[in-house]
Ligand binder design. Structure first.
Ligand SMILES: [Zn+2]
Length: 317
């Protein structure tokens, strides 16, 4: 793989942008912390609380991504640190709110404990007696501390990860983010993926066009173009292997595995790929189409995928 052909973030960390990221991320995290503390205190269903904890962490990550997009930060290390910081800050605030709700219930008057030492003192008191029951048992002491540590991880790790994973290509000359456009057609999964990669890296995009098809198959390639609206230089191709399957509830799902991430693409090829529609896809799929009996896009199995296709067809209809 030739690294120079792929987009790499410049690592740019503008001072103002970092400030914007922190302010936006922490403001979002602060709002989420109130909601989370209320759920934590009033909701009796432990499973719902666990889901809420994960969503709280993910929400902090999303707020951070929003901030770093506004602030034009293009450094994944900084992104991860920002997500981590926002997660910790929001978790801290959720504890402030939570202890306020508990003290108000127990003493009739709520206390805002912003000082971490006072906070830990209160938490120690709670750990001695326990505050809630799980399966008829109220965890205390070490067990409760461990639950709190786990809770903190469920908030902070997703927040940092989501911020780290944000990797939209940035056009340095125009100083703007690229826009993402999805190709209207899917591409047949070739037998030899590495050979396709070699051709594309050599600047020969014809093999990809030849794989375009009218329908989707249980396994296919999906293409996205990331392009700058200000110039023709920053245009990048993203290819994912999509695998369609029917889950236990009979719903159609897909798993996506990155194949090529942000390969430099000449603008003409990008325009041609985006202009492809199921009507002008280059391969004529002669297989019969499923009549419109299901809501989703019909899946037509290719001969080599006939078995998988058959199962899917039965499950979907
Ligand atoms: Zn540009």
């Amino acid at each position: 793989m030739n690294d120079e052909l792929y987009y790499r973030p410049s690592g740019g960390v503008p001072l103002m942008g970092t400030l914007i990221t922190m302010v936006v991320g922490c403001l979002g995290g602060a709002v989420l912390s109130v909601i989370y503390a209320l759920i934590n205190h009033y909701n009796p269903f432990i499973y719902f609380t666990i889901i809420a904890t994960g969503l709280f962490g993910a929400g902090c990550g999303v707020c951070t991504v929003f901030g770093l997009t506004l602030g034009k930060v293009r450094n994944r290390g900084t992104n991860a640190l920002a997500g981590l910081f926002v997660g910790i800050f929001a978790l801290y605030l959720s504890w402030v709110w939570y202890l306020f709700l508990i003290s108000r219930e127990a003493m009739g008057q709520g206390f805002f404990l912003f000082d971490t030492r006072a906070m830990f003192g209160f938490m120690q008191l709670l750990a001695e007696t326990g505050i809630w029951e799980m399966f008829g048992v109220a965890p205390t002491g070490i067990a409760l501390y461990l639950i709190w540590v786990l809770e903190a991880l469920i908030v902070v790790v997703p927040s940092a990860f989501i911020a780290w994973a944000a990797d939209t290509p940035f056009c340095e000359p125009c100083h703007r983010w690229t826009e993402e456009k999805e190709c209207l057609v899917a591409f047949r999964l070739p037998e030899d993926l590495s050979q396709l990669q070699e051709s594309l890296e050599a600047g020969d995009f014809a093999p990809l066009f030849e794989l375009s098809m009218k329908n989707i198959e249980p396994a296919c390639l999906n293409a996205k173009i990331h392009r700058c609206d200000g110039c023709d230089e920053s245009t990048w191709l993203e290819l994912e292997v999509a695998q369609l399957f029917v889950d236990d509830d009979g719903e159609m799902k897909s798993t996506k595995t990155p194949f090529l991430t942000y390969l430099h693409l000449p603008r003409v090829e990008a325009e041609a790929l985006l202009a492809l529609t199921p009507d002008n896809a280059r391969i004529d799929n002669d297989e019969e189409e499923i009549p419109e009996e299901s809501e989703g896009t019909p899946i037509v199995a290719s001969p080599e995928n006939q078995e998988g296709g058959e199962t899917n067809r039965e499950e979907i209809s």
